[in-house]
Design a protein around this ligand. Sequence first.
Ligand SMILES: [Zn+2]
Length: 442
Amino acid sequence: MTAADLLHPEIETLDPAALRRLQETRFAAQWAYLGSSSALYRERLGAALAAPMDLDRIAALPLTEKETIRLTQERRPPYGEHVACAETEIVRLHRTSGMTGRALVMAQTAADAATTAAVGARAMRSAGLRPDDRVVHCLNYCLWTGGVTDHLILEAAGATVIPFGVGNTRELIAAIRELGANAISCTPSYPALLEKLLAEEGGIAPRDLGLTLALFGGEPGLDNPSFRQRLEAVWGFRVRNANYGLSEVLSILGSQCETTEDLHFHAGDAVFAELLDPATGERLPIRAGTVGELVATHLGKRCQPLLRYRTRDILTVTGDGRCGCGRSAWRFRVTGRTDDMFNVRGVNVFPTAVRAVIAGLETLSTGHFRIALAGPGPYDRIELTVEAAAGSAESGWADAARTIETAIRRQIGAAARVRMVAAETLPRTAGKTNWIERSPSR
Ligand SMILES: [Zn+2]
């Protein structure tokens, strides 16, 4: 790997001190812009906006919640009171699906769109996309950021992009073959859908489609090594987590590189990242081992700038210092959501961590489970219902339960009580499964 493989080596190889100087310079201008142009932050911060500010001292400023953005968009539709530019400057708007609450409208100026494309393209290049790749883009183009915005990101990475969207899988298979696509951009669950269709049609093995690179995003699952290995074995493509982002902040903030399976934070010149202790809200140093909620501050956003925006994503920092790929950006995994976090005798537990433990015990379980939480907590232990492996003898379940309890205590640091049930007992839901079942206090 040489610097020539990096899309923006002048940014991507900056040492932390130089990056911080660049961030401070950009933030000073952004702070002045908020003062002159953002009704939301003028109302929230008042006279404080008139005084100089820096990125250390913003730690004392209030956080911006997603709910605040929702409310300002209700009061001043469609963009909200945090819109800071004139209508004439806005070139594109997206709307979220609103699956977890009221939909949000995200809009961009031409300069915002250029930044989004540049940072995203950096991420795609890092994940392995090159100008001689022909990539078919299979995310939803209807309203959602993942469609046209990520399409433009793929173009900005220099690749040839085939716009496809979702649905029409039969046509997609024909298009991949006839147009010679060698890369696919989609959700991690999409290949399974294609496999099913190929099996029904008969004759074509997934490998025969000739895809060599898969750029995934939009859903969890890729941190499970057996899931990745199976996809690579069946399809013959390299699996890359290429697309971590939040449409309120930046469509793509993070992706893997070719030397680690963790994600690089690629957006240091556009977004200032803080990691906050989920229990105390204190800012934590970004270094290997830190676990905290990502809080994002735009450094140059014109349309809907955000200051200290709570993403509710919990990141675990896995690396700082220079990576083997030459990039200096820190590495991380997304290990939970603050919404799902619960406390067991002083330990913050995330369902994703429980899922990871159970997924690692494939001989004992199907991987499906539920966590029962009675009342608001904190709790004495994790009450778990786990599906036993298909075909396993019921006489072995007690031992399996003890093994899982021990693994949870060792890997998460919390006590658990496990009850095994037969495979296929727990309801399967479309889309994201809810692992937690809450009930009022007993
Ligand atoms: Zn790297």
